[in-house]
Design a protein around this ligand. Sequence first.
Ligand SMILES: Cc1cc2nc3c(=O)[nH]c(=O)nc-3n(C[C@H](O)[C@H](O)[C@H](O)COP(=O)(O)OP(=O)(O)OC[C@H]3O[C@@H](n4cnc5c(N)ncnc54)[C@H](O)[C@@H]3O)c2cc1C
Length: 276
Amino acid sequence: MDLNTVTSYRFARTREDLALRRGEKVLGGGTWLFSEPQPAVTGLVDLSTMAWPDLEISDAGLRIGATCTIAALVAFAEGRGPVAVPADWAAASVFPVAANALLASFKIWNTATVGGNVCQSFCAGSMVSLASGMDGQAVIWTPDGGERRLSVASLMTGNGRNSLAFGEVLRAVDLPAHALRSRLAMRKIALAELGRSGAVVTGRVDAGGSAVFSVTAATLTPVVMRFDELPDAATLAAAVSDAPGYYSDPLGAADWRRGVSIVLAEQIRAELAGTA
Ligand SMILES: Cc1cc2nc3c(=O)[nH]c(=O)nc-3n(C[C@H](O)[C@H](O)[C@H](O)COP(=O)(O)OP(=O)(O)OC[C@H]3O[C@@H](n4cnc5c(N)ncnc54)[C@H](O)[C@@H]3O)c2cc1C
């Protein structure tokens, strides 16, 4: 749609270009920005010209550039990208599952960026689900030239809300190597077959045997639950049931979201335990 309040469009090439003037917003893929009126926005600053690498592999793990498209992340996971997935990063096989939790057309997938999905911060944000389940860290450039890091899960403050201050830009999402080497599973459910996610649950077992489960989409902010080992069914069900923030909206009632999250978590637990 036309954004008829926008009177300037800048391509950012340096960090200095990211200094926002009043009324300006950074643009990732623009799929959300151009999907509805933005009466408060008078200028756009395009991040695509920052030339951030899509994907960088190191001993620490995977850095996903904020401008990496969801399609490029899926291509990487499926062995179709320019960078090969390290052989022991079993959890990368879940990236396409996460991408499919984003109800979107081919056009959206190829344009929407990982950073845009995280910064839009919808409860049903598929990249938020993925990063929360994998201890993903948000690397944030601050307007004073500094950088701060915090978990993607704790960056979220509500449905469509996060703690980014004006002028802060998400530079990347870092996924740690220990999570990439884990056994990871993800399940999603929506009220309508092609509807936006009502609940997305991840579970993983790390090399040392500890387990991490996360609930997103069903709760206003991601809930991450950690266990010394894979919990038994009752322990996991109690933890998921007690998670804070289940909410009601036209995409699902709070008690339904709680109930299906418990079911999805148990399916994952059984899969990870090898009893599914
Ligand atoms: C048809 C359709 C279906 C959709 N389905 C879903 C869905 O199922 N689940 C869901 O969660 N969302 C959904 N969305 C919304 C959605 O989150 C996105 O469209 C997409 O992920 C946004 O990515 P983008 O790169 O296009 O972001 P943009 O539209 O470019 O930006 C979105 C917001 O993030 C900010 N932003 C972008 N990049 C950065 C950055 N690096 N640092 C700081 N701020 C930044 C922008 O200023 C803007 O406020 C859907 C949208 C459409 C149009």
